[in-house]
Design a protein around this ligand. Sequence first.
Ligand code: SF4
Length: 320
Amino acid sequence: MSALLLEVEGLTKHFAVTRGMAREKVFVRAVDGVDFAIARGETLGLVGESGCGKTTVGRLILRLIEPTGGAVRFDGRELTALDRKRLQPLRRSFQIIFQDPFASLNPRMTVSEIVGRPMEIHGLTRRAERDEKVGELLAAVGLRREQLARYPHEFSGGQRQRIGIARALATRPQLVVADEPTSALDVSVQAQILNLMKDLQGRFGLTYLFISHNIGVIRHISDRVAVMYLGKIVEMAGKGALFSKPLHPYTQALLAAVPSLDPRRRQEEVLLEGDVPSPVNPPPGCRFHTRCRFALPRCSREEPEFRPRADGRWVACHLY
Ligand code: SF4
């Protein structure tokens, strides 16, 4: 059994869109050649500004959308080569937790139906045993068995996300893609959900791809972190190394933008100015050169390779 549960190579997604009066067809290069791997039991945090392509990466891995190119190997099996029929039995092994727990739960279904339906679809329970199994899962996520017959609107935001987590765990998955699972929640509830996810990881032997724009959340939950900018990963490292000494200028800027509670560090330099360029027409060379304060003349011409360093970190930048 390989130590790696998920391997992603050259993953690409270009969406065709029409724009303007002339209805010109252009391609949004949402994900443009992404490489990473996740070991069993590990949490990889995927972080970047809104629109960088991180949510698309999560959906591509789960085959909720089809990639334009690249490979996704799950437990040694190439997922992108499988047709729908052969993919279906594998689907129980990878699940997703969505950002908005209210929008992702069917308001006309009870908790028992929401959490129990995936078990039935994958033949993991019979109707007669369903409530018993769902009740066990509700207890695991901090809800009560007596809440089985309730509907989503009867719960708070944090409780609804607990239902979303229970639904994701219903098929006993190995990999869970968590897409901004705490972004829609009050700050006071966010830490509870993160701690619950950590606890469940140990109990259920889960591997997480945790997607967020929030550096603080990524720091709390991740073992390793991949930083994404305009469809590409620009740096990937262990959490300690990345937060104590970020290498890529974009990572440095992202970390500097996090408000500090230390009064001596309140006057942070602003390292990141301007908007993210359009993924329809990404800048040539290094995509970050239009915002990088260290840009060299070659940066606008030559694209830096994403490659490993001797210390095991990966970075795409001409400075290294
Ligand atoms: Fe900045 Fe050049 Fe490095 Fe890109 S390659 S991050 S522009 S220094």
